[in-house]
Design a protein around this ligand. Structure first.
Ligand code: PXP
Length: 240
């Protein structure tokens, strides 16, 4: 059975929208996710610190009981933080300041030397390494060549496809990528853009070990908690 790692970045997005307040806390959300059955907690510590802060990662390291997965760019600053905090897994991702969210897989053919060095450093520090890549045969072979422990297949193009033909074309790429990676004995994770409908297409694709999902879960949590949140405030105001 595939596992679920829950990304809590957007709880921090909500907190950072009001800079001076300390809620909602991604650590509290992570605890709730674990209670509900999450197999891991994911956070992306971005260079611009737009949502998750270093403090969050440090507290999560102490609190998470399942496994802590740190998404990060392959930079010396991030390597230092990861080697100090020691998450269970690092997922190397590309990062651009101007993007709203990660826009594509890391091109590890172009950035072979830098990424290979990062993989080696992290593994020497006892941290497993995954690389977030597009479902592309050459990228997968390169991940194998640089001794990554696993890959995360970028599912964004599949999730964003607007026609059935395009969706199936993109899904076929994911299937091929998962099967090839699995044959090469790489662990296979998948994520980006997955929601309550698109996830159903993955039924029977047993090569995928774990899904990494954030935005759709946090979005649903805000709506499914709305009635109770309003009831609580109505009750207080009624009793003023
Ligand atoms: N995997 C990676 C590498 C990501 O960068 C993200 C987004 O932070 C996700 C998975 C989760 O994507 P989403 O929030 O769309 O579920």
């Amino acid at each position: 059975m595939a596992k679920l790692a829950v990304n809590v970045d957007h709880i921090a997005t909500l907190r950072q929208a009001r800079r001076k307040i300390n809620y909602p806390d991604p650590v509290t959300a992570a605890m709730a996710a674990e209670t509900a059955g999450a197999d891991g907690i994911v956070v992306h510590l971005r260079e611009d610190r737009r949502h998750i802060q270093e403090r969050d990662v440090r507290i999560l390291r102490q609190m998470v009981q399942t496994k802590l997965i740190l998404e990060m760019a392959s930079t010396s600053e991030m390597l230092g933080i990861a080697l100090d905090i020691k998450p269970n897994l690092v997922t190397l991702v590309p990062e651009k300041r101007e993007e709203l969210t990660t826009e594509g897989g890391l091109d590890i053919i172009t950035h072979f030397n830098t990424v290979k060095e990062s993989v080696k450093h992290l593994q020497n520090g006892g941290i497993k390494v995954s690389i977030f890549i597009d479902p592309d045969l050459d990228q997968i072979k390169t991940a194998h060549k640089m001794d990554a422990d696993m890959i995360e297949i970028h599912t964004g193009a599949f999730c964003d496809a607007t026609t059935e033909i395009e969706k199936e074309k993109q899904f076929a790429k994911i299937v091929d990528a998962a099967k090839i990676a699995s044959k090469l004995k790489l662990g296979v994770n998948a994520g980006h853009g997955l929601g309550y409908s698109s996830i159903k297409r993955f039924k029977g694709l047993n090569e995928i070990d774990e899904f990494s999902i954030g935005h759709s879960i946090i979005a649903r949590a805000t709506i499914s908690g709305m009635e109770q949140a309003v009831r609580d405030m109505v009750e207080i105001i009624k009793n003023l």
